[in-house]
Design a protein around this ligand. Structure first.
Ligand code: KG4
Ligand code: ZN
Length: 320
């Protein structure tokens, strides 16, 4: 049984995992950032400091276990907000020292990929995985849970960040992705077309142009409803992500694809991918494990734990 902690950004999460199933987990999604359109790092750290000890106590209580039942403690080491990471990582390393059990530092994006193992359907390798979050848009060729090759990444905004900025421009709360998705439900996805951005490298992404195109479209077509604009924008962004993912799978001749990260919670994107992925074995993170959570940290940590890949207590978090 291991305890896993996630505090990379603005979600405070803890999980107990026994190598086969999530025994207990909880996520506290900090509400303080909603009204300011993005995460305030200082506020996030202060919230983690208050909520993390309670989250750890809560999962132990949920599972009716005590620290004596634990064989390891894991935490996200980065990338993320350094103040936020320091709270979770230092807390985990302190527990490891106090309880005399191994500490396992986890890469946050490796953990998002590992969330694919939280499906009923067993995960096979190799697989091309798109990590679509608020901070990253990374395309990986994953050969093994501990062996990921980065094929490409966004050269400017992350896709989730683009959702958040478009939502903020409409005066909607943070996180913006679910807000855009909600408005888009009432709109026509084919009302307007936003062209795919060009990048120099084939597996890179760019979202700042798509974000600006939304702002221009709003001014240029005042008669088009916000719902139609959101639906059309979400449609173009989804197709852009799917296009890159499928082309990469084709180029590397891998018949298995995956989508993870907060943006993978988007139902329109999930359905569009499902309908275009014919001939591929498709894996999607379970909806409850798309946004930041500690279950994915636990699964990634488990692979390290069973291979004896413990981290020294001197290992400190990294922001990028
Ligand atoms: O993975 P995550 O929780 O945190 C990071 O590692 O960044 O992702 C958060 C991002 C935010 O930008 C949020 O707007 C986006 O995921 N997101 C969505 C949806 N739910 C969350 N984007 C589009 N549609 C959604 N339903
Ligand atoms: Zn994340």
């Amino acid at each position: 049984m291991i305890l896993a902690i996630e505090t990379s950004c603005d979600d405070t999460a803890a999980c107990l995992y026994d190598g086969e199933r999530v025994v207990a987990h909880m996520v506290y999604r900090q509400p303080v950032h909603a009204s300011v359109g993005g995460v305030i790092p200082e506020w996030a750290s202060r919230e983690h400091e208050v909520k993390l000890p309670a989250a750890v106590q809560a999962v132990l209580r949920q599972a009716d276990l005590s620290w004596e039942n634990l064989q390891g403690v894991a935490a996200a080491q980065g990338p993320g907000l350094i103040g936020s990471l320091l709270i979770g990582s230092t807390f985990a390393r302190a527990l490891s020292a106090a309880w005399n059990i191994p500490f396992i530092g986890v890469h946050h994006l490796e953990a998002h990929v590992a969330s694919l193992e939280l499906n009923e359907q067993p995960l096979h390798y190799p697989i091309i995985v798109l990590v679509a979050t608020g901070g990253h848009t990374h395309l990986y060729r994953v050969l093994h849970p501990l062996h990921m090759e980065l094929l490409g990444r966004t050269t400017d905004d992350a896709v989730g960040e683009a959702f958040d900025k478009v939502a903020a421009s409409l005066g909607l709360p943070y996180p913006g992705g679910p807000e855009i998705e909600r408005l888009a439900l009432e709109g026509d996805p084919l009302k307007l077309s936003f062209p795919f951005p060009q990048t120099q490298k084939p597996w890179d992404f760019s979202f700042s142009g798509l974000k600006t195109a939304f702002l221009y479209a709003r001014q240029r077509y005042p008669t088009i409803s916000i719902e139609d604009l959101c639906a059309s924008w979400q449609h173009s962004v989804s197709n852009y992500l799917i296009h890159k993912l499928l082309r990469a799978a084709e180029a590397f001749q891998i018949k298995r694809i995956g989508l993870v990260g907060g943006v993978a919670a988007n139902q329109y994107l999930r359905q569009a991918l499902q309908s275009q992925a014919e001939g591929y074995e498709l894996y999607l993170s379970p909806p409850e494990y798309c946004m930041d959570n500690a279950a994915m940290i636990a699964v990634a940590a488990w692979h390290r734990y069973i291979n004896g890949l413990y981290s020294p207590l001197t290992e400190t978090p990294f922001s990028r």
